[in-house]
Write a protein that binds this ligand. Structure first.
Ligand code: IPM
Ligand code: SF4
Length: 456
């Protein structure tokens, strides 16, 4: 019987234990950031232990960083976390893109950018969006702070092997439909819990057709579907993305020969298979307070079925029967580890070029990393955004979550390219509407959501 990529990778990493019980797995790459690492470092220090493989550990500061005047950190907790991080990586000999460095950015951006995310690896990080790296054909998942300490000390992690689900994306996407729409459509149809207990393989011709950056956007949101692990089969696009990067294998041809075997066999078995026909998709926007509460652009918001719906409508100040185009937007945020890569910024800049944002709006673009910011500036994208009335910021998590100075004001609706629309996520009382970068850019110049299919 054939194997799925997930089985092949899992088998390669098991050190001990039986399927069905916790198994000890070897970790090839550990990413860290300033929020979930301090207690882990303290634990090591107290136990008098070292980081076992500092060379397999890499980190950055992202959640707490201001995106203007980055060295002037007002918030004391943020300042402390950023300084503590710098001190810790120095003490334990870990390579890191510390505050203000050339490589700094959101952890799920800088890992791939340095070439560390590669097919075949097992990658962990104290962050729930770690499945992003699964886009490379890797097992990548988020871990808690005590597990961060365990990985520091042992370079291993205990895990029970999850079941396998395949999501087959078939067909060719219409103009104006993007990877973000694929994943939001999947989550709105099946729910935020549908992936719980599964490693999810995103496959099919529509995934093969995507570039690496869009593939990362999909795997990034596996956790929003309930799955800790989301992954894809590596192919020539994956290899070419890795090739030439700082940490790419020294013998790429030997690596590729191996990576080529790490794909799901035709006759691989899955515990569940779902099919999404991308040719039937429409631009997706969320109306509520979790990523499942989303609709297609032309669809009406659903009737109230339970207390959660009632509460979401009340928090968002929206009503069943309204449409996405009825939302009165006050903010637009183009950023986050879901959609702040160069291709996202190119797409958004193409849309806003020569136009002005609606006067009633505040719109900000936050490149996910400093390399992306630099590359965008080299292309003149910063100028396009600034001329249109956007603010052009320094990299970081920014308005994706309220851990830094970037907040959406209370009661204001924000079109956001991020991945979570929970109550208070973008600031106290903020009302988040998740969408693709194209939908966010169009919303910025129109002051409301418009249908990307008709304009892009
Ligand atoms: C702060 C961090 C632990 C958190 C996560 O785990 O994902 C954050 O990145 C998020 O997106 O909510
Ligand atoms: S950009 Fe948002 S989702 Fe990504 S790591 Fe930062 S806070 Fe988490």
């Amino acid at each position: 019987m054939g194997q799925a990529i997930f089985d092949k990778l899992w088998e390669r990493h098991v050190i001990e234990g039986e399927i069905g019980e916790p198994q000890l797995l070897y970790v090839d790459q550990h990413y860290i950031h300033e929020v979930t690492s301090p207690q882990a470092f303290s634990g090591l220090r107290e136990a008098g232990r070292k980081v076992r493989r500092p060379d397999l550990t890499f980190g950055t500061t992202d959640h707490n960083v201001p995106t203007v005047d980055i060295f002037n950190i007002q918030d004391l907790i943020s300042k402390n976390q950023i300084e503590t991080f710098a001190a810790n990586v120095k003490e334990f000999g870990i390579d890191a893109a510390v505050h203000g460095s050339d490589k700094q950015g959101i952890v799920h951006m800088v890992g791939p950018e340095t070439g560390r995310s590669q097919p075949g690896k097992l990658i962990v990080c104290g962050d729930s969006h770690t499945a992003t790296h699964g886009a490379f054909g890797a097992i990548a998942f988020g871990i808690g702070t005590s597990e961060v300490e365990h990985v520091f000390a042992t370079q291993t992690i205990w895990q029970v092997k999850p079941k396998k689900m395949k999501i087959d994306f078939t067909g060719v996407a219409p103009q104006g439909i993007y990877a973000k729409d694929y994943i939001l459509a999947l989550i709105s149809k099946y729910g935020v819990d549908a992936g719980v207990g599964y490693a999810v393989e995103f496959a099919g011709e529509a995934i093969d057709a995507l570039e690496m950056e869009e593939r990362m956007s999909i795997c990034n949101m596996a956790i929003e579907f309930g799955a800790k692990i989301g992954l894809m089969n590596p192919d020539s696009k994956t290899y070419e993305y890795v090739r030439g990067r700082e940490k790419a294998p020294s013998d790429m041809e030997a690596a590729i020969a191996d990576w080529g075997t790490l794909v799901s066999d035709e006759d691989a078995q899955y515990d569940k298979i779902i099919t999404i026909e991308v040719d039937k998709l429409a631009p997706m926007v969320t109306w509520g307070t979790n990523p499942e509460m989303g609709v297609e652009f032309t669809e009406e918001f659903p009737q109230i079925e339970d207390f959660n719906d009632e509460r979401a409508y009340s928090y968002m100040d929206l009503k069943p029967g309204q449409k996405v185009s009825d939302i009165d937007l006050g903010y637009v945020f183009i950023g986050s580890c879901t959609n702040a890569r160069l291709s996202d910024l190119i797409l958004a800049a193409d849309i806003v070029k020569g136009k002005k944002i609606a006067p009633s709006l505040t719109a900000i673009v936050v490149p996910g990393s400093r390399p992306v910011k630099k590359a965008a500036e080299k292309m003149g994208l910063d100028k396009i955004f600034i001329d249109a009335g956007f603010e052009w910021r320094e990299p970081g998590c920014s308005m994706c979550l309220g851990m830094n100075p970037d907040h959406v004001p209370e009661g204001v609706h924000c079109a956001s390219t991020s991945n979570r629309n929970f109550e208070g996520r973008q600031g106290h009382g903020a009302r988040t509407h998740l969408c693709s970068p194209a939908m966010a850019a169009l919303a910025a110049i129109n002051g409301k959501f418009v249908d990307a299919r008709e304009v892009v």
